[in-house]
Design a protein around this ligand. Structure first.
Ligand code: COA
Length: 287
């Protein structure tokens, strides 16, 4: 889709890069010329991911790993320092690390709320500020992406901490896009709908029936793929999007719009039946 040197010379940090979407975006960035530092809490998973990424791109040491918990500001700074030591600089960041679980909000404990918001909101803020300060020291431009969700706009039942935290990351994205725009530091986000990954599905899909019903409601008729999200991440990291900041790319197959459209559910009727009904209504209205 893109030229393989799209991100040549760029050094990028991907949080939560050991699995799922993070791993897919890190792999795609390396395959398009970047040097990538993935971080996460599980060292074994990170090391496995690094081997896989470097093998897939046929480039040794283009991907490296650094264990860091994004909730700990000192570990975030150590992550940025380690990336500068390894690659000489940081040009981009993907705030991908997340936590989420389904829970009736009346049963949510303070610790439960903190567990998610500290990863999603605090983690993204800590990483963004650390990378932003580094870019300012270098007087260099940069691209910072956050992986959000379409319920940043609508909110969502049963995932209250995630909805609050991700909406906060959108506010960060838009605030800093303006504050840091004159420095050439761009902040954008991607709002995916359902993308099947072990991490998300095991925590959010309450069984096969629920999954099939949710999939049926996606206007494009299927879930998205990690690779499709990675395509948008490559675009936002690259100079192809050099005039784009404070923006959110929605990638949900049309789901959130369909959920809000008052008459969108008519699409589930067979077309001939629907047209029959419409014709009958039309005739009646002319009587
Ligand atoms: N329902 C209700 N509460 C839950 C919960 C669930 N499914 N899972 C965790 N919690 C609560 C715990 O009960 C605890 O609160 P308590 O002390 O009042 O009982 C609190 O959250 C912390 O749990 P703990 O397991 O110690 O936290 P953690 O920091 O290790 O885990 C999570 C954080 C919960 C977000 C964990 O799932 C995680 O690390 N996930 C990362 C990956 C992920 O979620 N990916 C999906 C992205 S879409």
């Amino acid at each position: 889709m893109y030229s393989t040197d799209l991100l040549q010379g760029k050094s990028i940090i991907v949080t939560g890069g050991g699995s799922g979407l993070g791993l897919a975006m890190a792999r795609a960035a390396v395959q398009h010329g970047a040097q990538v530092m993935i971080c996460g809490r599980n060292e074994e998973r990170l090391l496995k991911a690094v081997v896989e990424i470097n093998r897939a791109s046929n480039r040794s040491n283009a991907a490296l790993a650094h264990r860091a918990d994004v909730r700990q500001v000192d570990q975030v700074q150590a992550l940025v320092n380690a990336t500068v030591d390894a690659f000489g600089k940081v040009d981009g960041l993907i705030n991908n690390a997340a936590g989420n679980f389904l829970c009736c909000s009346e049963d949510l404990t303070p610790n439960g709320f903190d567990a998610v918001t500290r990863i999603v909101l605090y983690g993204a803020v800590y990483c963004t500020l650390a990378v932003g300060r580094h870019l300012m020291e270098r007087k260099a431009p940069g691209s910072i992406i956050s992986i959000l969700t379409t319920y940043i706009w609508t909110g969502s039942a049963y995932v209250l901490p995630s909805a609050c935290a991700k909406a906060g990351v959108l506010a960060m994205t838009r605030s800093l896009a303006v504050e840091w725009g004159s420095l050439g530091i761009r902040l954008n986000a991607i709002a995916p709908g359902g993308i099947p990954t072990e991490g998300a599905w095991s925590r959010l899909m309450a069984g096969e029936e629920v999954e099939a019903d949710a999939r049926r409601r996606v206007p494009l008729g299927r879930w998205g793929t990690k690779e499709e999200i990675a395509n948008s991440a490559l675009f936002l990291l690259s100079d192809l999007s050099s005039y784009q900041t404070g923006d959110v790319i929605t990638m949900d197959g049309g789901s959130w719009l369909a959920a809000g459209g008052q008459f969108s559910h008519y699409r589930f009727l067979p077309k001939d039946k629907l047209k029959e009904k419409m014709e009958a209504m039309k005739s009646k209205s002319r009587e």
